[in-house]
Every structure is written in C-alpha cells, then in structure tokens.
Write a protein that binds this ligand. Structure first.
Ligand code: 6PG
Length: 256
C-alpha cells in the first residue's frame, strides 16, 4: 500500500508531508474547499463527515474564520460525523462538542443540515438512529451505498490513532467485518466510553477521504499503515477500498 504522489485519481493513498501543524491545517483546508467546490459545482450539497479527536481542531478553527470561511458556500454544506464517543454532546470528550466549538458555532450551516450522532439515546440506539438519518439523506433505504454522486459522502475526514485506529475502527475489532450496517456501536480497547462509528461501506463509497496525521507519536502507525505489508485487521485504514475516489494523506514532518 505504497502511497502514490501522482495528481490523478490514484489506486492508493497520496501522501503529502508538510512542515508542521499550521501547514497541515492549511493544506487540509485547501482539500476541504476543493471538495466542497467540486460537489457544489455539480449542483449538489457538499456532504462531509468530520473526524474527531484533537488533530482536526486546528483545521476546523481555520475554516471558521476568513479567508477560509469565505471560500465555502456554507448554505450548501451538510455536516455529519465519522465517529463519536458515547458521552453527552456537551461532554469534554465529545467529538461533536469539539466540532461545534471550533467550527459549527462560527459558520452558517442550518441546524437541520447537521446530522449529529445522538448519543443521548445510548450507543446502540444512537448508531441505529444515525444510520437511518444517513440512509434517508443518501436516499438508500437498505443495502450498500449507491455509487451515484451525492449518494455518499463527498469528503470523509479521518484521523489516525497511535494504535492505528481510524474513526472508531480499532485494530482486530469485530466491527471491521461489519459490512451489513453503515454505522455500528463498538468498544474502544482503551478504557472509556463505547464508540459509534461509520463502518467501511460509507468510507469505501466516499468521493474523497482525507487522513490527517500529526505528531511523532503517530509515526510508527502511519508508516505501517502506508507500507506494502497488508494487514488490514491490524492497520484498519488499509481496509478502506482503494481505487474508488480520492484518498489523500496529509502528515506533518514529525509524523513521517
Ligand atoms: C476519536 C477520533 C479518532 C481520532 C484518532 C486520532 O473519536 O478519537 O475520531 O479516530 O481521529 O484517535 O486522535 P487525535 O487526533 O486526538 O490524535
């Protein structure tokens, strides 16, 4: 799974290493704006799944203020989540709270165009509700996502844990095999709340995926993930179907 650097749609992830976290956020904002413009130029809403954790906070803050804020038509953006911890939406560990504080409170996305994982219902029910809302939005009541443009995410933002997980798809988790659902509730190996996560079908079907990796503690996981040695149960990013849509990896120098 050697990263490619060719500009066209590649069969594998395109790795780009930038100097530092600020450069990472700027480069990621450019991808976000490019993907939004592509969808909206086709007359569609731009439907994006936000990642959680700490890495994307700087990107969200950048998008929340000019000049980047003015480069997106937020009235035609639909914001979804890639995964969530099973905690209240105002909890310090909530991915939604982080995205709301860093981005959603500062851009004019209508509330009905924010598809939140409703953790107040408990992990299992929240997963079922979120899947229903995604299926309704993508007009696919059952089965695999459609390949039609606009029937899947235009962009999925992803992070990488130092153990190699992405979204809440953890190494060796039975959730990696769940292709019968678009959203699953799952345990996190580390102590802590259960998680709700997109499963591979919607990640595979996305028009673009952007994996953001920052910091030296991610270096081993990133190099293993992008190596030719395929072990998708150990390195879940490798389980994302290649060849359909774009797959960009942005890393700061410390992470590579
Ligand atoms: C989460 C995230 C998770 C995250 C990675 C990286 O809920 O924790 O969605 O997949 O992207 O764990 O987290 P950091 O950015 O905090 O290193």
């Amino acid at each position: 799974m050697r990263p490619t650097t060719t500009p066209e749609r590649s069969a594998g992830p395109r790795l780009r290493v930038v100097a530092d976290a600020d450069a990472l956020h700027e480069a990621a904002a450019a991808v976000f704006v490019r993907c939004a413009a592509r969808a909206q130029a086709e007359g569609r809403d731009f439907v994006v799944a936000l990642s959680g954790g700490s890495t994307p906070r700087g990107l969200y803050r950048l998008l929340a203020r000019d000049p980047w804020r003015a480069r997106v038509d937020w009235s035609r953006v639909v914001v979804c989540q890639g995964d969530e911890r099973a905690v209240p939406a105002d909890h310090a560990d909530s991915n939604f709270r982080m995205a709301r504080e860093a981005l959603l409170d500062h851009v004019p996305v209508a509330p009905e165009r924010v598809l939140r994982i409703e953790t107040e219902h408990g992990a299992s029910e929240a997963a079922a509700r979120y899947e229903r809302s995604l299926r309704a939005w993508f007009r696919t009541s059952e089965g695999a996502p459609s390949e039609e443009p606009g029937r899947g995410f235009d962009l999925v933002l992803l992070g990488l844990g130092d153990d190699g997980h992405t979204a809440s798809l953890f190494p060796n988790s039975p959730t990696l095999a769940r292709r019968d659902v678009w959203v699953a509730d799952t345990d996190a190996p580390t102590a802590g709340p259960r998680r709700i996560t997109l499963t591979y079908p919607l990640l595979d079907a996305a028009a673009a995926r952007l994996l953001l990796v920052e910091g030296a503690r991610k270096r081993e996981a990133l190099r293993a993930t992008l190596s030719d040695a395929r072990a998708p149960m150990r390195w879940p990013v490798q389980g994302i179907a290649m060849g359909r849509g774009d797959f960009d990896v942005l890393a700061d120098a410390a992470a590579w």
